[in-house]
Ligand binder design. Structure first.
Ligand code: PMP
Ligand code: GLN
Length: 400
């Protein structure tokens, strides 16, 4: 739970305000560039290598050819706001008003940044869990706020109640939650969510919950949105995105919902970040959100099979593999192969065996205890995962 260590090594850049100096590059850009340069299979940055449902592609083309190419309305096109509200009712029984309680954003990334910037003053504290998605630390820093992280420790990644309690203070303004969780693949349990909710109420904090992997949950587990917990709808901002659900990570269509006052606050900031984005993509996402249950079931089922394929390959390669019940990701420990520095391993892996992955320590303030951990993405075609597994089987040998 330290404030002092930065997510990536600070880069000397005197033009940049000091609070943003730790954030000059992202691990995803670095590893993807390395994968492209070496021709490695990219299991680093999480993006699928197949297109999403034909319907969403056709609807976007139709909207472009139909002239939907100028600024959409500030809060998002009405049909997407209505589709988000309907989706929340259909899957979670939530009542969301499409006009006053939904805001369309440039991906979940903008929703997170706009919400934190809208809610946090300099010096306010944001409680979040580590490892954390990289944009959380950057958004908190942009606001001049302080992050207070609570460790999800391997192998189980469960929340330590005492540690969580200790992260709250009279300065806590926001709890920034992510379930299903990137990079661990953890799906928060109801008991964990209840404890977070109880502490948020005690400290009068807002819960900002990033649920972009809401439809990628496996093993008969259920995604539980924070805003479905008793009394939490009014103190929760729920964020999601089309990227993962419809395999369109490059579209950057996201959204948030919450009570009107919170949505209006985020909107005040959002309008000066991008104002609007993705005009013709918004109606396409609206149409896709209405796809039948079989689409959503197959999405989770096929990702679960991909997880199993890669997990088997990683185990066979001699890595320790931690359980993952959702998302695109699995964490492994390379120490089992005698490799104790994940950053170094990820720099060498493309040249060694033609596979790229990302080190977990870059998502942590406590870099020591996660030093040998490496994240792999399984959102790839089966033949690509099989080839990756084949290459990984040479790892032990290439390290010898
Ligand atoms: N949150 C998490 C946990 C993520 O993994 C990602 C990456 N896709 C995002 C937010 C960003 O989502 P978007 O691409 O919609 O901005
Ligand atoms: N969410 C993706 C991941 O965790 C990457 C997104 C990005 O490149 N910023 O791999």
């Amino acid at each position: 739970m330290t404030e002092t260590r930065s997510p990536s090594p600070p880069v000397a850049n005197s033009a940049l305000v000091p609070r943003m100096r730790p954030f000059t590059s992202t691990i995803f850009a670095e590893i993807t560039a390395l994968a492209v340069r070496t021709g490695a299979i990219n299991l680093g940055q999480g993006f699928p290598d197949t297109d999403g449902p034909q319907l969403i592609l056709d609807e976007a083309t139709r909207a472009i050819n139909g002239g939907a190419n100028q600024y959409p309305p500030g809060p998002g096109v009405p049909e997407l706001r209505a589709a988000v509200a309907e989706h929340q009712k259909r899957f979670y029984g939530l009542d969301v008003d499409a006009d006053s309680e939904v805001l369309v954003t440039a991906g979940a990334t903008e929703a997170i940044a706009a919400t934190i910037l809208a809610l946090c003053e300099a010096g306010d504290e944001v409680v979040t869990f580590e490892p954390y998605y990289d944009s959380y630390a950057a958004s908190i820093a942009l606001a001049g706020a302080r992050r207070r992280t609570v460790r999800l420790r391997h192998p189980s990644f469960t929340v330590d109640a005492d540690e969580l309690r200790a992260a709250f203070s009279e300065r806590t303004r926001v709890v920034l939650l992510n379930s299903p969780h990137n990079p661990t693949g953890k799906v928060f349990s109801r008991a964990e969510l209840e404890l977070i909710a109880q502490l948020a109420v005690e400290h009068d904090a807002i819960v900002v919950t990033d649920e972009v992997y809401e439809h990628l949950v496996f093993d008969d587990l259920k995604h539980i949105p924070m805003s479905t917990l008793p009394g939490m709808a009014d103190r929760t901002v729920t964020i999601s995105s089309a990227g993962k659900t419809f395999s369109v990570t490059g579209w950057k269509i996201g959204w948030l919902h919450g009570r009107p006052e919170l949505v209006a606050a985020a909107r005040a900031v959002k309008q000066f970040l991008t104002f609007v984005s993705g005009g013709p993509l918004q109606p396409a996402v609206a149409a896709a959100l209405g796809l039948g249950d079989e689409f959503y079931t197959e999405l989770a089922g096929s990702m679960q099979r991909k997880r199993d394929l890669l997990v088997d390959g990683l185990r066979a390669a001699g890595l320790d593999v931690f359980p993952t019940s959702g998302t695109y990701f699995v964490i492994t420990d390379a120490a089992a192969l005698g490799f104790d520095d994940g950053i170094e391993l990820c720099q060498q892996l493309p040249d060694l065996i033609g596979v790229a992955a990302v080190p977990v320590s870059v998502f942590c303030d406590d870099k020591e205890s996660t030093k040998s951990l490496v994240r792999f993405a399984y959102c790839k075609r089966d033949e690509v995962l099989r080839e990756a597994a084949e290459r990984l089987s040479r790892l032990r040998h290439s390290l010898a």
